[in-house]
Design a protein around this ligand. Sequence first.
Ligand code: SF4
Ligand code: SF4
Ligand code: FES
Length: 229
Amino acid sequence: MKVIFEILRRKNAEEKPYIQNFEYEYTDPLETVATALKNINESLPFPDRIRWECSCMQKKCGACAMLIDGRPRLACDEKLADHGERIRLEPLKKFPPVADLIVDRQAVFDSLKELAVWFENTAEPSEKRADTVHEASRCLQCGCCLEVCPNFSTDSKFKGMAAAVPLSRLIAEADEDEKKRIFKTYSKNFYAGCGKSLACRDICPAGIDTEELMVRSNAAAIWGKKRKK
Ligand code: SF4
Ligand code: SF4
Ligand code: FES
């Protein structure tokens, strides 16, 4: 089978981007965009190679997030056979460009630091909340949800679902002393800015049910808190 990749390229953030086409042939119907990029690069001289990020190649690290035919996807999870004869690859647009398909996703990790998304005290695990904790722990910090979120930008106070998902985990297991800080962070940096469009739920490549996590976190951190007043 033949496919033409239309790849948005630039050497660095300053260079004007341009589209370069690559013809590619494959036989395995399960072949992914990531494998195709790897094979195309092997056929190119080193300076011409397409710059993109990957690590695990098995949908576990989030590094290969990019726009594939306009949708944020993981290249290592996107099958060529699910696309037409032309496949367009572009870098995510919400983050500063670095080179070709690489963007600077530091804002995703800075949010976790800024909001101190960790326990200062000891967690209080419970069997009842184990499924919430497990679901939240599957987040790859890939940024796909932020790409489609109408309310997120890298400089906004609203930190989007990539922060809300790990916060859900803390909300589920925080002890009494730490709940106040975590509930306040969730309320100020997520709940107050979320428009509930649920675009994040429909795009998450890890299949995390962001709506369910949000409902549970709202119940505990927003409505539970109000009932106590
Ligand atoms: S919630 Fe899903 S889309 Fe968002 S960062 Fe986590 S894994 Fe990626
Ligand atoms: S529900 Fe909508 S506004 Fe809220 S985090 Fe998801 S995409 Fe963004
Ligand atoms: S390379 Fe790790 S998720 Fe694709």
